[in-house]
Design a protein around this ligand. Structure first.
Ligand SMILES: C[S@@+](CC[C@H](N)C(=O)[O-])C[C@H]1O[C@@H](n2cnc3c(N)ncnc32)[C@H](O)[C@@H]1O
Ligand SMILES: [Zn+2]
Length: 322
C-alpha cells in the first residue's frame, strides 16, 4: 500500500493485519475496518487508534470502523462514504479470540453451549438449533458438504438418535456423539474426530460460503483500477470459491477458438492473479499453528475499465456486476 490510499479490512478481528497496514497508508489514507463481531471491533478499534496516534506522522490515516457482515459490503461502504477502494483484505473464518472464548461455542476443545454465531446480536439460528431440528438427511448433507466428513451419514444418525432422549445443547455432548459414530480405526489419526463436524456447523450457522461469494463479488465492484484484493482462507471449500472467482475474472475473450474475430468483448477484470496459493513458512507455522491451513491468494484489478460508447459498461464488467 502507499500513502493516501483507501484500504478496507473486511475481517478486522483483533486488528493484527490492519495494524501493519495503517502506517503504510499514512498520511492521508483511510483505513476501513469491518467485522460482524462487536467484541472484536471494540478491541481492534482501541488498538488501532492508539497505534495511529503513536505514529510520528502529523496526519495519520483516518479510521472508519463498521459493524456488519461483508456480504452487505455495498450498504456498509456507502456509510463511509467512499468512491472506491485501493486494497481489500479478507482473512476468513473465526479469530483466535473467538475460539478462545468458551461461551461462543466454536471450539470442540472446550465445553460450552452449542452456539457458533459470529454475530449473536443479529443471527437467530444457533448450532444447537441446527443439531436438534434438522432432518438426518439434511444433517448428513451439511456434514458432507461443509465438513467434507466421510462419516456424515453415521454421525447424522447418531445425532438424531441421541436427541430423542434430550436435546443436544453442549459442545462436549456433540463431541462425544461424533466420536461414538466414527469407527475406531479412523479415530486414531487426523486430529480431533469432531473437527470436521464443528467446521460444517460453523459454516452452516454463519452461511459462510454464501457470504464469501457475495462479499468477494461486491469487493471486485468497489475496487479501483489497479486495486488489490487479498484473501486468506483456512479450508478447501473457501479456497475453491476464491480460486474459481479469480480464474473466472481473469479470463479474457471467451469466443470459440475457431471464431475469426472476438464478438464477446470480454476483457479481464483482473490483470494479474496469484498463480498458486501462498502458504505459511515452517517458522510461521511454528509461531502460529493456525497458519498451517492458511492459503493466501491475491488479485490485481485491471488498470482501466474501458467504458463502451453510450456510457454502458463493457459486457465483461456488466456480466460481473449483476
Ligand atoms: C481470522 S479473524 C481475522 C483476524 C485479523 N486479520 C487479525 O489480524 O486480527 C476473522 C474475523 O472475521 C470476522 N468475520 C468472519 N466472517 C465475517 C463476515 N461475513 N462479515 C464480517 N466479519 C466476518 C470474524 O468475526 C473474525 O473476527
Ligand atoms: Zn471474444
Amino acid at each position: 500500500m502507499t500513502s493516501g490510499e483507501v484500504f478496507c479490512d473486511c475481517t478486522l478481528g483483533g486488528g493484527g493485519h490492519a495494524l501493519t497496514i495503517a502506517p503504510d497508508i499514512s498520511p492521508g489514507g483511510l483505513l476501513i475496518g469491518i467485522d460482524q463481531d462487536v467484541e472484536a471491533l471494540n478491541f481492534a478499534h482501541a488498538r488501532l487508534k492508539a497505534a495511529l496516534s503513536a505514529l510520528s506522522d502529523p496526519s495519520p490515516a483516518r479510521l472508519a470502523i463498521i459493524k456488519g457482515n461483508f456480504a452487505d459490503l455495498d450498504e456498509l461502504l456507502i456509510q463511509v462514504p467512499v468512491p472506491g477502494i485501493d486494497g481489500f483484505l479478507f482473512d476468513l473464518g473465526v479469530s483466535s479470540h473467538q475460539l478462545d472464548i468458551p461461551s461462543r461455542g466454536f471450539s470442540y476443545a472446550r465445553d460450552a453451549p452449542l452456539d457458533m454465531r459470529m454475530d449473536p446480536g443479529t443471527q437467530t439460528t444457533t448450532a444447537a438449533e441446527i443439531i436438534n431440528n434438522t432432518t438426518a438427511a439434511d444433517l448428513a448433507w451439511i456434514l458432507r458438504n461443509f465438513g467434507e466428513e466421510r462419516h456424515a451419514v453415521q454421525i447424522a444418525h447418531r445425532i438424531v438418535k441421541a436427541r430423542v432422549q434430550a436435546p443436544i445443547t453442549s459442545t462436549s455432548e456433540l463431541v462425544r456423539i461424533v466420536k461414538s459414530a466414527i469407527p475406531a480405526r479412523y479415530r486414531r489419526s487426523g486430529g480431533n474426530p469432531a473437527k470436521r463436524t464443528f467446521q460444517a456447523l460453523r459454516i452452516a450457522v454463519n452461511r459462510e460460503l454464501d457470504v464469501l461469494e457475495a462479499g468477494l463479488n461486491a469487493a471486485v465492484r468497489w475496487l479501483n483500477p489497479a486495486g488489490r484484493l487479498v484473501v486468506i482462507s483456512y479450508h478447501s471449500l473457501e479456497d475453491r470459491i476464491v480460486k474459481n472467482l479469480f480464474n473466472e475474472l481473469s479470463k479474457s475473450c471467451i469466443c470459440p477458438p475457431e471464431a475469426p474475430i472476438c464478438t464477446c468483448g470480454i476483457k479481464p477484470i483482473f490483470s494479474r492473479i496469484s498463480k498458486r496459493a501462498l502458504v505459511a513458512t515452517s517458522e510461521q507455522r511454528e509461531d502460529n499453528p493456525r497458519s498451517k491451513s492458511a492459503k493466501l491468494r491475491w488479485a490485481i484489478k485491471s488498470p482501466e475499465e474501458d467504458p463502451s460508447p453510450g456510457g454502458d459498461l463493457d459486457p465483461g464488467v456488466a456480466r460481473h456486476r449483476q
